[in-house]
Design a protein around this ligand. Structure first.
Ligand SMILES: Nc1ncnc2c1ncn2[C@@H]1O[C@H](COP(=O)(O)OP(=O)(O)OP(=O)(O)O)[C@@H](O)[C@H]1O
Ligand SMILES: [Mg+2]
Length: 273
């Protein structure tokens, strides 16, 4: 496929950050693929290896699922699950599947939640190079998903504020539902598709929101103290792996960012985004 895998776009060194609306388009396209397999195919199929390296992209960033090597016919008749030897990729597999080997389409929904979280945070599902407590993306991110302010802190800093506030909150809520520990509490993929449909077209960008910019400048002020890992950072920078990085609020001109810069709105339109 001309644009390779989502994994390369999100994580390969030197790749330009994927813009927000493209991330949402890819999430929607991949969700449609799983919804088709689960709910529209003649015989339901559980994909079982949903992850960023198996999401391939055409020239227009339409997502295609690859590698059906692990796909499994879904349960037949009144059976609720298929029993299998646990296979798939660590960091993406649903906890109940890992523990019991019982496979349902809700295992794919969990993996979808992991990929959505990778797209939102720019972090890999498993990353041993991060500090202790941050190796497993889901465990690290879960407590941040329910709270607006805490969630904005874990959004991919490479977006530099170029994301829809409404869209990001909706996507965070959706990721939390997909990652529910109880498989029955996870949505069906057709519901995921419906939730994602409007997201690529939302334009309430955080970079032009007074509320968001105020929050960011508060953060950069408070980050001008010794960071957790003992490295001192300047105002306007946050650390990642000990490396200083540009803060979301630093609008440094076109050559510093691949994104078009929008001037901030002069006044808040509303108290909350
Ligand atoms: N048709 C294709 N077009 C572009 N890139 C592809 C294509 N098929 C595979 N790739 C990329 O090549 C690399 C290797 O793919 P491969 O499927 O062998 O391994 P993987 O996806 O990392 O793991 P798994 O074996 O579990 O699927 C991945 O980065 C994948 O995204
Ligand atoms: Mg693959």
């Amino acid at each position: 496929m001309p644009r390779g895998s989502l994994e390369n776009h999100l994580f390969r060194k030197g790749s330009l950050p994927l813009p927000w609306s493209i991330r949402m388009k890819i999430a929607l396209g991949a969700a449609k693929g799983l919804a088709f397999l689960h709910e529209e195919a003649e015989r339901p199929v559980i994909y079982r290896d949903f992850k960023t390296s198996n999401i391939l992209l055409d020239a227009d960033y339409n997502a295609k699922l690859s590698d059906f090597g692990l796909a499994k016919d879904g349960p037949e008749g009144d059976k609720t699950h298929v029993s299998t030897r646990v296979m798939g990729t660590y960091g993406y597999a649903a906890p109940e599947y890992v523990m019991t080997g019982h496979l349902t389409s809700k295992s794919d929904v969990y993996s979808f939640g992991v990929v959505l979280l990778e797209m939102l945070t720019g972090r890999r599902s498993m990353d041993k190079n991060r500090p202790n407590g941050e190796h497993n993306l889901v465990e690290w991110a879960r407590p941040h998903l329910g709270d607006k302010r805490r969630f904005f802190r874990i959004l991919d800093p490479r977006l530099e504020g170029h994301f829809s506030i409404k869209g990001a909150l909706k996507a965070a809520q959706l990721a939390a539902q997909c990652l529910s520990r109880d498989p029955k509490a996870r949505p069906r993929m057709s519901e995921v598709v419906e939730t994602l449909k409007p997201l690529p077209n939302l334009n309430d960008m955080a970079s032009s929101s007074y509320y968001f910019q105020t929050m960011q400048s508060d953060r950069s002020r408070s980050s001008n103290i010794t960071a957790k890992n003992g490295i001192r950072v300047q105002a306007g920078f946050v650390t990642r792996n000990g490396q200083p990085m540009r803060n979301l609020s630093s609008l440094n001109g076109p050559q510093a960012s691949p994104f078009h810069q929008h001037p901030p709105s002069p006044k808040p339109k509303a108290k909350e985004p």
